[in-house]
Design a protein around this ligand. Structure first.
Ligand code: NDP
Length: 298
């Protein structure tokens, strides 16, 4: 392996410690803790794990966590009433509805019901529009975490060629917008892209958010490229394993021979998502309580 390892776990720990520091000063100024409400509908095991770890991380950094668990057959109207209540609750600065929602609930309608100034996931179209037009708003946690890792590693990103593989609303599209804002030349690749290896070979930075285990090979990369692997895929267990190994969308072994720097899976982008969620919640708290926060504090 010749690539440097981008340690998202360490970066996320530092960010969380910073958030905890600012959360304590926020509490002194505002006379209350910053608060994050997390809403879970149904009993999807992966979602339950995510919600539990978000709640734990929230309290660990000195903020208030409000967990709302609703049964799988919750009517859409009931969920919308809860969101209206959270929108109006001054103790709640951020609202996160864990996705996916059961099929009888219209996800877009629910996301649209969240007050954009409490939409710490950045999925509401108002925040999507703010990002696209360069206005202040909430940016989805995973791509913002990727950007933080890139800027920490490379400093000024202006003029660099980037290929983002994947065009989801949660990762690919906001990632591309963020990098455009940094004056990168951005290509968005997807399942219909012709000759993906050739497209990837042009990139100084590759962000892979595909959901296909170890798809991006080292032979596709420009030597020295910086590789951000967003993918989280569990391989089928091999003999002697209870659970299969977690791998990214990048074939780490071959990519690490060619890249200049690369995020591992696990321990790369994954830990950044919750850290940025906490950061976004604290930013929301300062705005909602009209407590000043230095522009580049977090
Ligand atoms: P989606 O399934 O919503 O999007 C996947 C994207 O990959 C689509 O745009 C799709 O193209 C594209 N794609 C699929 N196959 C190919 C292919 N063969 N070649 C090129 N592009 C392809 O996934 P998400 O964006 O939600 O997530 C992507 C990955 O990131 C997943 O592994 C997920 O688990 C992980 N993830 C990790 C997070 C973290 O915290 N680290 C957070 C969120 C996601 P098309 O649009 O044409 O179908």
């Amino acid at each position: 392996m010749s690539a440097a390892l981008i340690d998202g776990k360490a970066f996320a720990a530092t960010l969380r410690a910073k958030v905890a520091g600012y959360a304590a000063t926020f509490e002194q100024s505002a006379g209350r803790k910053a608060g994050l409400a997390v809403v879970l509908v149904g009993d999807d095991p992966a979602s339950q794990v995510y919600v539990r770890s978000k709640g734990k991380a929230t309290t660990e950094c000195g903020m208030a966590g409000f967990e709302h668990k609703l049964p799988d057959d919750t009517a859409e109207d009931v969920l919308l009433v809860l969101i209206a209540r959270l929108n109006a609750d001054p103790a709640v600065d951020g609202i996160l509805v864990q996705l996916p929602l059961p099929p009888h609930i219209n996800e877009q309608k629910v996301i649209a019901a969240i007050d954009p100034d409490k939409d710490v996931d950045g999925f509401n179209v108002v925040n999507v529009g703010r990002l696209a037009t360069g206005l202040h708003g909430f940016v989805p946690c995973t791509p913002l975490g990727c950007l933080m890792l890139l800027k920490d590693r490379l400093g000024d990103l202006s003029g660099l060629d980037v290929v983002v593989i994947g065009r989801s609303n949660i990762v690919g599209k906001p990632m591309a917008q963020l990098l455009l804002k940094e004056s990168c030349t951005v290509t968005i690749a997807h399942s219909r892209t012709k000759d993906l290896p050739e497209v990837v070979r042009r990139a100084d930075i590759v962000v892979a958010a595909v959901g296909r285990p170890e798809m991006v090979k080292g032979s596709w990369l420009k030597p020295g490229a910086t590789v951000i692997d967003v993918g989280i895929n569990r391989l089928p267990p091999v003999e002697g394993e209870n659970r299969g190994r977690l791998v990214g969308d990048v074939d780490f072994a071959s990519a690490a021979e060619v890249a200049g720097a690369i995020t591992p899976v696990p321990g790369g982008v994954g830990p950044m998502t919750i850290a940025v969620l906490l950061r976004n919640t604290l930013v929301a708290a300062h705005r909602n309580a009209r407590v000043a926060l230095a522009k580049d504090a977090l």
